[in-house]
Design a protein around this ligand. Structure first.
Ligand code: KIV
Length: 266
C-alpha cells in the first residue's frame, strides 16, 4: 500500500499527476477511500454540517475534530490525513500551536487553517515546530458571516490580485499546500502556476494540482437538498460506495472532473 507524504504530493505536482482528496470522518470510510486510491483524507470541519446537522461549521470544537481524526487514523491505509482547525482554534498563534498539537497527536499528518496572508506568522510557527500546514483560501466557511454568505471569492480584479499575493506570502511562510474554495477557474490556475506547493481546488476549475469534495456531497447525500454547483454525484451508475469513490479518483486523475459546468468564471 503506497504511503502519501508531503514529499510524494510535491512529486505528483511536479509530474503533473492530479492529487485526489476527499473529506472523511470515520474509520470505515477512511478504509474505503484510502483503499480506493484517495491520496489525502480531509477531516474537515464540514462534519459540523454533514454529521452534526448544524447550519454552519462554527459550532465545531477542537475536541470534536480530534475525535474524528482518531477514528479516521484507525481505518486509514496510507493516505495523508489533514485535519481542520475549527472556528477560533487559530485565533492567536498560541491557540494555533496548542490546537494543532492536539490534532497531530490524534493522528493528523497536516493541519488546515482558513484565512489569508494574516496566517503567515502561525504557519511559520507550526512549520518550524514540525507541523505541515494547508492554507485554505477563497471561500472560507468559518468567515461566512463576514462574507455575507457562501459566495465565489476573487471575482473582482483587486481581490484576485490580493489572493495571488497572499498565496505567495503563505508559501514563503512555509505552507505545504493551498486549498482554494470557490474561486474563478482562471484565478485558481494562475495561483497554481505561481506557487511550487500543491494547490487543491473545490469549485476552482480543473487546472489546480488536485481536487477535493465533501464525501456526502459526492455520494448524493444531503439534508438540505441544495447541491453546490461544483459537486458531481459519483454514485450515479455505480453499484456501491467503493466503486463511486474509485470513479471519483479516476475522474480527477484523467481530468474529466471537474468539467467546465462545475466551475466559476470571473
Ligand atoms: O471542511 C471541509 O470539508 C472543507 C472542504 C469543503 C474543503 O474545508
Amino acid at each position: 500500500m503506497p504511503v502519501t507524504t508531503v514529499t510524494s504530493l510535491q512529486a505528483l505536482k511536479l509530474k503533473g499527476e492530479k492529487i485526489t482528496m476527499l473529506t472523511c470522518y470515520d474509520a470505515t470510510f477512511a478504509h474505503t477511500a484510502s483503499t480506493a486510491g484517495v491520496e489525502v483524507l480531509l477531516v474537515g470541519d464540514s462534519l459540523g454540517m454533514v454529521l452534526q446537522g448544524h447550519d454552519s461549521t462554527l459550532p465545531v470544537s477542537t475536541a470534536d475534530m480530534a475525535y474524528h481524526v482518531a477514528c479516521v487514523k484507525r481505518g486509514n491505509q496510507g493516505a495523508l490525513i489533514v485535519a481542520d482547525l475549527p472556528f477560533m482554534a487559530n485565533a492567536t498563534v498560541e491557540h494555533t500551536l496548542l490546537n494543532s498539537a492536539a490534532l497531530m497527536q490524534a493522528g493528523a499528518h497536516m493541519v488546515k487553517v482558513e484565512g489569508a496572508a494574516w496566517l503567515a506568522d502561525s504557519i511559520r510557527h507550526l512549520t518550524d515546530r514540525g507541523i505541515p500546514v494547508c492554507a485554505h483560501m477563497g471561500l472560507t466557511p468559518q468567515t461566512v458571516n463576514v462574507m455575507g454568505g457562501y459566495k465565489v471569492q476573487g471575482r473582482l480584479e483587486a481581490q484576485a490580485r490580493q489572493m495571488r499575493a497572499d498565496a505567495i506570502t503563505l508559501e514563503q511562510a512555509g505552507a505545504a499546500m493551498i486549498l482554494l474554495e470557490c474561486v474563478p477557474a482562471e484565478l485558481a490556475e494562475e495561483i497554481t502556476h505561481a506557487v511550487k506547493i500543491p494547490v487543491i481546488g473545490i469549485g476552482a476549475g480543473n487546472a489546480t494540482d488536485g481536487q477535493v469534495l465533501v464525501l456526502h456531497d459526492m455520494l448524493g447525500l444531503s439534508i438540505s437538498g441544495r447541491v453546490p454547483k461544483f459537486v458531481r454525484n459519483f454514485m450515479i451508475g455505480q453499484p456501491d460506495i467503493q466503486s463511486a469513490i474509485q470513479a471519483y479518483v479516476s475522474a480527477v486523475k484523467d481530468t474529466s472532473f471537474p468539467a467546465p459546468e462545475h466551475g466559476f468564471s470571473a
